[in-house]
Design a protein around this ligand. Sequence first.
Ligand SMILES: [Zn+2]
Length: 110
Amino acid sequence: MPIYEYKCKNCDFISGHLILKPSDRKKILCRNCNGSKLRKIVSRFATHKTESQRVAEFDPTKKTDDSFYKDDRNIGLWAQKRMQQLGMDTGDSFKETLEKGRSKKILDNL
Ligand SMILES: [Zn+2]
């Protein structure tokens, strides 16, 4: 089901809305204050995230438990985030190296 979560810019209330077609987006209102200024937020239930979403959501100052790093896709997020914060373009070769690290292919080149 295409249910998206929206946060009200007026009262910060978060509500889920079923969006079947683009025009539905314009009709949704905050269920708390009926405000129409809603911002789509990344669903907490989303199972599939893009690389950039994961980097954006990753907070290096928050303590993450070990299971976070047991997910191979999260390896290197810290480095990527840090580079972004420093305004550095991580570039393709860096991502390639990360990808090799994740897939363990990096060992082939040693
Ligand atoms: Zn509201």
